[in-house]
Design a protein around this ligand. Structure first.
Ligand SMILES: [Zn+2]
Length: 242
């Protein structure tokens, strides 16, 4: 069945001498595999459609739960191509790899919108760490490990947050505090904003550097402790963030 889909290439794998298999997150079907025959050779017309971080319309011969075949398409945008700052590629790699892993657990079509909106904002030059963290926060719902931000994760009482620790899963109250990272009173509101914000509506990002780092550190620890997701590209991000 020949169909048109709108999608973002998350990953490419070389296949035979000249072909590529693409992992494409589509608006219509979620994650699908597409073979681009001959796309590694310079003269091939599919070459410009078979690139990582590409957002495009793909005309494919669609096979449900199998590998679809690329017939043609139209390039909308190659994320990162206009970037002056090379760090952008590390964030694109990280977000595409994370998205691929999340889709293995939940091939939910809503994820396309989250990723596309975030990549658009990164392309527009918005704070990359904050956008990465917003995406990470939103993905927790899809992998079923949304943190409970209303309780102290040591005594389990509903309390005011005093400190935070990703390894134990969230906030710690005043009574249970030992050596976790202290937070301001309104910190829960900040985290709620990361969870709820519609990325496409973001006009500016206002957050103190200190809070930005606490959120980033929290999510890093939380993913390691609770998600079971391991990425290759997180080393790159860590190098940049140091
Ligand atoms: Zn407590």
């Amino acid at each position: 069945m020949e169909v048109e889909v709108e999608g973002i290439v998350l990953k490419e794998t070389l296949y035979s001498e000249t072909s590529k298999i693409l992992q494409v997150l589509t608006k219509e079907f979620g994650l699908i595999s597409i073979i681009a025959k001959g796309a590694s050779s310079y003269k091939n017309s599919l070459r410009s459609l078979a690139l990582p971080f590409l957002y495009a319309k793909f005309i494919i011969n669609y096979k449900k739960d199998k590998i679809s075949t690329l017939k043609g398409g139209k390039v909308f945008k190659l994320y990162g191509s206009g970037a002056k700052d090379m760090d952008v590629y590390a964030y694109l790699s990280y977000l595409c790899e994370l998205t691929y892993k999340v889709l293995q657990e939940n091939n939910n079509k809503e994820i396309f919108i989250i990723l596309k909106n975030a990549l658009d904002k990164i392309d527009d030059g918005f704070n990359k760490t904050v956008l990465k963290n917003i995406v990470e926060f939103k993905y927790l719902d899809y992998i079923g490990i949304t943190p409970d931000l209303n309780i102290c994760h040591k005594c389990m009482n509903v309390t005011e947050p005093f400190a935070i620790d990703g390894k134990i899963g969230g906030f710690v109250c005043n009574n249970c505090y030992t050596n976790e990272r202290k937070v301001q009173k309104d910190f829960k509101k900040i985290l709620n904003r990361y969870q709820d914000v519609d990325i496409s509506e973001i006009k500016e990002i206002k957050i103190s550097k200190e809070n930005e780092l606490i959120v980033n550190e929290f999510l890093k620890e939380y993913y390691v402790s609770f998600s079971g997701i391991k990425l290759n590209s997180d080393k790159l991000i860590e190098m940049i963030e140091k």
